[in-house]
Design a protein around this ligand. Structure first.
Ligand code: AMP
Ligand code: TRP
Length: 346
């Protein structure tokens, strides 16, 4: 057990930062793995900062018109899901220049060997790593900058981002060590709940993703009630009834995924869901899940559509959020430059 004096974050107040890429539709995976938990943290009264990471999005090609739309739609999705711009800071990354600036400085702290271990780069670059952008490779150092720029102590994310938050800790520790300071905190990845990894509705071994070519593989925040229900009814499953206990889900990735989704949407544990539906076939379970998903997701879709009627208002919210973010980030960036020995005379 660590006492107050040795806790690395003892000098830092609790602050939450997280980001989502505006690179297409937000999915049920984003909602359960990230957005829903952003709202819970916000409502616990902790300082919360949420960012649409457009600088990350352009590490792979983005059509400019579509990107602009995705940023506004992403903001509408956050707000519709319950992120309150009066309680949380909500903005898009490129409006706060300090992200790119600290990103550069941390590029010079992170080591090639560390970056080479990042599994998301390997997944995204695929076999053609020679053709990937330099930005895609440096992406995790920019993510570290996003977090450290606010001295954030906690980062709610899905399972797939754990490695990047751990890299952030390594970068912070190396900076503190190299410059003999206690300047950056050690942020903790917060990965909680039954849905830290929501899987595809077509293949229970693949993550539900906005970039999956099959639209039937995911539920989008832009899907209306009928589409949501249809996708769940058509989800790939095996022919067996649901088991009574969790170990009965071993080797049944699709069944496990639907049980986890039900649990996360209803606030129950997967074991409780099996307590209720164990022995039932998918003919019973899927319609129940479809009703539940529609009851949670359709109102979000309706609110998102309403907000998207007024893009100027969304832009205003993002601008105001960026001002608030900048007020925190700028002094921390200035201090970083100073620690590193750069002359700041204006
Ligand atoms: P991205 O859409 O990749 O920018 O991810 C934004 C956030 O949503 C991150 O915290 C991810 O870990 C989370 N996320 C994305 N897809 C899923 C998923 N299928 N299950 C759980 N969390 C997810
Ligand atoms: N890399 C994250 C993703 O793909 C998005 C992200 C960028 C992020 N910066 C962040 C998440 C900072 C948490 C904190 O999902």
């Amino acid at each position: 057990m660590s006492d107050e004096t040795t806790t690395p974050n003892a000098n830092f107040k609790r602050r939450i930062f997280s980001g989502i890429q505006p690179s297409g539709n937000l999915t049920l995976g984003n909602y359960l793995g990230a957005l829903k938990r952003f709202v819970e943290k916000q409502n616990e009264g902790i300082e919360t900062i949420y960012c649409l990471v457009d600088l990350h999005a352009v590490t792979v090609w983005q059509d400019p018109e579509k990107l602009r739309h995705a940023i506004r739609e992403g903001a509408a999705g956050f707000i519709a899901a319950g992120v309150d711009p009066e309680k949380s800071i909500l903005f898009n990354q490129s409006q706060v220049g300090a992200h790119a600036e600290l990103g550069w400085l941390l590029n010079c702290v992170a080591r090639m060997g560390w970056m080479n271990r990042m599994t998301q780069f390997k997944d995204k670059a695929g076999k053609n790593a020679e053709k990937a952008s330099l930005g895609l490779y440096a992406y995790p150092a920019l993510m570290a900058a996003d977090i450290l720029l606010y001295h954030a102590t906690e980062v709610p994310v899905g399972e797939d981002q754990k490695q990047h938050v751990e890299l952030t800790r390594d970068i912070a520790a190396k900076f503190n060590h190299d410059y003999k300071v206690d300047f950056f905190p050690q942020p903790t990845p917060v990965i909680e709940g039954a849905a830290t990894r929501v899987m595809s509705l077509r293949d229970g071994t693949k993550k539900m993703s906005k970039s999956d070519p099959s639209d039937a593989s995911r539920i989008n925040l832009t899907d209306d009630a009928d589409t949501i229900a249809k996708k769940i009814r058509k989800a790939v499953t095996d022919p067996e009834p649901l088991p009574e206990t969790l170990d009965g889900l071993d080797g049944r990735a699709e069944a496990r995924n639907l049980v986890n989704i039900y649990a996360a949407l209803s606030g129950k544990t997967p074991a409780e869901v099996l307590g209720e539906y164990g022995g039932a076939g998918f003919g019973t379970f899927k319609p129940a899940l479809a009703d539940l998903a529609v009851s949670v997701m359709a109102p979000i879709n309706t609110e998102m559509n309403r907000l998207m009627q007024d893009p100027a208002e969304i832009d205003r919210i993002l601008g105001k959020g960026a001002d608030k973010a900048d007020a925190i980030a700028r002094p921390i960036l200035e201090k970083t430059y100073e620690i590193m020995g750069m002359v700041r005379s204006r």
